[in-house]
Design a binder for this molecule. Structure first.
Ligand SMILES: [Zn+2]
Length: 552
């Protein structure tokens, strides 16, 4: 019986762990790497067709995003997940496939011009549909046999609708080990969701550490801040435009808006209209409203019992079609417009920004993290003007950021979760955190006498006799990327795709990050400049080439 760490080892994204016993292989999560990369993820040591089943903790792409690629490469076993995770995956994996296809199309336009080979998308919408077809429901707290010698139980992790910690009871050579994968552990008192379940029994715990070195501090006044934004903006006669992530955050905003309306907290604007303009968000909201009451917290259940739909209200208008979306622009009353994408990089939100950014009476309200290089970040950083659809748009609207609640437990929350096991587990493996965060949290547990490891990708542990079977190569992502560039490979069938590089030591990290940021800024600039004339584009290209010539 052994456990191989593939992804989210000394980094946050790309969760993937392979548990092997009695010649059977169970993959726990199969996530996509996103954003910065530290260590190169090792590939699966077996063919995808040899994996017997997948257990999925939740629908977020950094846990589920590579499942369609696995299916494309031959995996055909069952994928166990909760009902809500399956529903959300059927939306999110399809959307992810759509993005992959778009990227391939864009690359191929360039490749064709350069005479390069065709770029094949990582996976297609059909692959995503095939993946969802393999998903099987595993309910919370129900112990089910998934393979000879493997029993599975999901428990509510309180992080996203349907999110789970998974307990695998594995029997091999007459020895049984209870292996718990925390998944992402939720924050306390999030709107709608239950608090994370504290598990009490485990031999081995594989645990996330996203905020393993930080406390969230004082709780933000979510309702008060939003009321203030609505009141001042509406009093000026403007709209509140909210770029929002379609799944999770949008439903949270709807929940708070419903509360604000019900309590009449915004004065003088009774019945102000709210537009939800994102087909993806509309579908995700339907999953929330159709889910079982047991997935929600007491407050939400009290509303449901009283016959109140907690995330919808009379003045909520949904815009599925493009015509419905355009109709929002003729709305005369001050209104709220919630639209995707969350970082304003693509989608319908860009139209609403075009119609509202120049109006001093309107407010653009950000409710989630904005990555460097995105339009959202450019606006948040105080740009005076931006380009949208080839037009220069003055930024005169108020720009605000609402401090929302984090979906992850902080250091104290993680510690409480880890402390709930009695007796103590034989070992904690700390994963799913930046290296410094994972190490800091490991130190905290160690200081209290727990046995703790912080594995690298490629590390393999014997779970019966408790020793390390194999050491991962600890390849830095930058080195691997350089080697891959030398091959100039365009192969897209890799289970774990290559990402941006990042050096690990602090001194180099700062310089590298500066360079990355500068590069992202340039990318963002070019991205926004789609309406530039050919003359301007050529001028910029000449300047960039000149710079490259100088540094080569
Ligand atoms: Zn997550």
């Amino acid at each position: 019986m052994d456990l191989l760490f593939l992804g989210a080892a000394r980094e946050v994204t790309g969760s993937a762990f392979l548990l092997t016993a009695g010649g059977q292989h169970v993959l726990i999560d199969c996530g996509m790497e996103q954003g910065y990369d530290t260590y190169e993820n090792q590939r699966l040591p077996v063919k995808p067709s040899q994996v017997d089943c997948v257990v999925l903790t939740h629908a977020h792409i950094d846990h589920s995003g590579m499942i369609p690629a696995l299916v494309k490469q031959g995996f055909s076993g069952p994928i166990y997940a909760t009902r809500a995770t399956i529903e959300l995956c059927s939306i999110m994996l399809l959307d992810s496939a759509h993005i992959q296809e778009n990227e391939a199309e864009w690359r191929n336009r360039k490749s064709k011009r350069a005479g390069r080979a065709e770029y094949v998308p990582l996976y297609t919408q059909q692959d995503a549909l095939d993946a969802v077809a393999l998903m099987r429901e595993a309910s919370y707290t129900e112990l089910i046999d998934i393979l000879p010698g493997f029993r599975l139980m999901m428990t509510d992790a309180g992080h996203l609708l349907g999110s789970a910690s998974t307990t695998l009871e594995v029997t091999d050579m007459g020895v049984t080990r209870r292996v718990v994968f925390s998944g992402d552990i939720g924050n306390l008192d999030q709107p709608m969701l239950n608090d994370p379940t504290y598990l009490t029994s485990a031999d081995i715990v594989v645990m996330e550490s996203t905020y393993g070195d930080r406390d969230h501090g004082e709780r933000p006044d979510y309702v008060g801040d939003l009321v203030d934004t609505l009141q001042t903006t509406f009093d000026r006669g403007g709209n509140v435009v909210i770029p929002s992530f379609a799944v999770g955050r949008t439903q949270e905003v709807l929940y708070v808006l419903r509360d604000i309306k019900q309590r009449g907290l915004v004065r003088g604007h009774d019945g102000f209209p709210v537009y939800m303009d994102s087909p993806l968000a509309i579908r995700a909201t339907n999953v929330f409203t159709q889910s079982d009451a047991a997935l929600f917290d007491e407050e939400m259940n009290a509303l449901l019992d009283a016959g109140i739909n907690p995330i919808t209200f009379d003045d909520l208008n949904i815009s599925l079609t493009v015509d419905e979306s355009k109709a929002i622009n003729v709305e005369k009353r001050p209104c709220v417009i919630i639209s995707a994408s969350g970082m304003a990089e693509a989608g319908r939100i860009r139209h609403h920004l075009k119609h509202n950014l120049w109006r001093p009476e309107s407010t653009i309200l950000f409710v989630g993290y904005q990555s460097v290089g995105t339009l959202g970040r450019v606006i948040l950083d105080g740009a005076q003007e931006v380009k949208l659809f080839g037009e220069t748009i003055q930024v005169r609207a108020q720009i605000r950021a609402l401090k929302a609640l984090s979906g992850h437990a902080d250091r104290a929350g993680l510690k409480a979760w880890a402390d709930s096991f009695t007796p103590r587990p034989r070992k904690f493996f700390i994963v799913h955190g930046e290296e410094s965060s994972a190490l800091s949290f490991a130190q905290l547990l160690e200081s209290e006498g727990h046995a703790v490891e912080v594995p690298y990708s490629g590390d393999r542990w014997d779970l019966i006799n408790d020793y390390q079977l194999q050491q991962g190569p600890r390849t830095l992502a930058g080195e691997a990327a350089k080697a891959a560039e030398a091959e100039a490979d365009l192969d897209t069938g890799r289970l774990m795709p290559r990402k941006e590089r990042r050096a690990p030591t602090p001194a180099v990290e700062n310089a590298d990050r500066m360079l990355d940021n500068a590069l992202n800024r340039l990318r963002g600039l070019i991205h926004q400049g789609h309406g530039w004339s050919n003359g301007i584009k050529k001028q910029l290209a000449r300047q960039i080439n000149k710079l490259c010539d100088k540094w080569e």
